[in-house]
Design a protein around this ligand. Sequence first.
Ligand code: SF4
Ligand code: SF4
Length: 227
Amino acid sequence: MIIAKRKPFEEIKEMLTPYNKVLTLGCGTCVAVCLAGGEKEVAVLNAELDMARKLDNNPIELGAFTVERQCDMEYLEVLDSMVGEYEALLSMACGAGVQFLAERYPEKPVFPAVDTTFIGVNRAVGWYEERCRSCSSCVLGMTGGICPVTMCAKGLFNGPCGGTNKGSCEIDKDQPCAWYLIYERLSLQGRLDSIKNISPAVEWQNQAPRTVIQPGYKKPDEAEAGN
Ligand code: SF4
Ligand code: SF4
């Protein structure tokens, strides 16, 4: 899932300074699960903002609503009848959700209340670890299910480098060497030959916005045209 963390309170408060009526919008999916931007976090943030603005003698009227997913237009429709009442929107979704809100309501200033951080796993309640940088060229099949882009400090597709030292990465003795972990995992599976495959130089595909259309689906304009 996408992991995010709430922005520092002062940063959020500063963004909203010129506005007196703001709708805070949570997202019920990834950011709710990682305790950054779901219904509960919307309520907590609004309470803090309300108190802070009263103390500043600049009261603010805050609305609250949490949609199923802000990254899906279908779930934004419910907001159409609400947003007109507000001067600005404060989104607690990831960056994709914020952008979809801004696209649907271009006349409204939309502000992010969280920093989108990474694609990760839930290690324990409130503890998340990065596991993928969406490189568009997944090599997990060759690396025993360990991501060299995320876990190796140099993002090496062929490793280890000369800095590997008794299982640790050269950047920090407490940081495991990704390629040592890959060696151990492949060894356990009796697939050590896989580490000898030299991966060609990576064609990085995450430098421009990408689109995924699953097999059997079409772009909306193509579907409408009946192509
Ligand atoms: S190789 Fe790593 S960064 Fe690339 S898609 Fe696979 S898990 Fe994600
Ligand atoms: S020591 Fe291992 S994890 Fe660190 S940069 Fe080299 S190959 Fe990557």
